[in-house]
Write a protein of this length. Sequence first.
Length: 562
Amino acid sequence: MSNSEPITEKPLDFIRQIVTEDLKTGKHPTPVTRFPPEPNGFLHIGHAKSICLNFGIASEFNGRCYLRFDDTNPSKEETAYVQAIKEDVKWLGFDWGDNLFYSSDYFDQLYDFALDLIRRKKAFVCDLSADEMREYRGTLTEPGKESPHRNRTVEENLELFQGMKNGDFSEGSHVLRAKIDMASPNLNMRDPIIYRIMNLHHHRTGDKWCIYPMYDYTHCLSDAIEEITHSLCTLEFEDHRPLYDWVLDTLETPVHPQQIEFARLNLTYTVMSKRKLMQLVQDGHVSDWDDPRMLTVSGLRRRGYTPASIRDFCKEIGIGKKESWIDMGVLENCVRNDLNITAPRVMGVLDPLKVVITNYPEGTVEDIEAKNHPQNPEMGSRTLPFSREIYIERTDFMENAPKKFFRLDIGREVRLRYAYFITCVSVVKDEDSGEVIELHCTYDPETYGGNAPDGRKVKGTIHWLSAEQAERCEIRMYDRLFKVENPDADKDVNFKEHLNPDSLTSLNNCLVEPSLADAKPGTCVQFERQGYFCIDSRDSKPGALVFNRTVGLRDSWAKRKK
């Protein structure tokens, strides 16, 4: 592109086009959106896409976005999930202000709406069992049959529904159904259940209710009560939209939000189902919802992903109408790009090999100045202790190395990052195994800072740590949780059969520089030449540091596929 060509903005996605047109025509003075999670598990990266969309539209168009918990199923909901979701949304950088709501806030109104449907002869109490109801429902090619209770009188339905509310009936004995069309080609319109009996304690309403509204019935009415303008949801709810509209049209609500569907996030090497993620937790395949291998928001946070990287990822993939797959490398590249700018550089040795610099003065500890970020002078510098005995990475030495190996070999000279040139003169090996356990090297004191006054060049630069001052730590090397791109592709094979047995490797003899001894949990750094790492927020503590590998410096999976 020449300098004279104008830089064009990325075109608006189809949802933002709708919002723009609605504001232009005066249909709405300002957009009101909502993020409506069910508190039955932790949020995952797919929810992050919805969060960024709903809160993003509110921000961009000077509107409002509500956080509303659709808490209509007490059998699966917990206060702990509510708190985790709130924490995740805040961490991602979004604020709902005073606009925090729960569907349970509207239970009285929802009950009154149900009475209204009964009075309008648009709902009835049904006594069919679950098996009978499935039988009566029909199939995709055959219409359903009407319930024998469909034509009960309004008075009889009101009395029975009141009895359901009062606890006069057992679970499963009665339900309230909408009266729509048992011959509809859309199964969601074949007299769906809108209330069921559940004798369970609710995390907010306690034991006040023993009947609870169904999600499809609750969702549209909650949107209407809150005067939502654009009800954004994923494509699996497209077939539910006629029911959404039917409830609001039948009840003649003064506000009728517009439901708009967009493609959900399908990301390779993971699963996007809270039910399946919960199985991984309950079956012990991961430590918890915040296991750094999980693509939950809390798992990504613990692994070292930043809010900015996740927001950038959601912006990068965009919003579309058709299902598609996003390669995991796109997400990894977003955090790599962000940490490349924000993460300070430090030294970390994952597999230490001892080096004795034989001509360096014994007992001397020298301060070596090191930049915290080579491209960002504003991040300043730090000092690294340098001494006669240091550790280097074991892979930085090879006996009888080929010519293109630009690190240590006997007789070969390399640069120690920020310090001196050293030359390996001999090795010490274990008598039994023959393994190299120590290198003896000499250094050139005229090469401080990594430059030789005589102008000679070396092709290799390696990192190092002073043996005495280095901090010992555990480093957890994380890989992708699944071995295959789509664990759900084969319906005849349980998705857990595709779990990657090497998704976690713990290294317990690692070293980091002493500047990290008091670093706070959650701190992200780049171990030079190694990758990006984060101090674990759960297990790490002073004197027993634990680092999680966030992502490598390059996409190693792309190389594997080649």
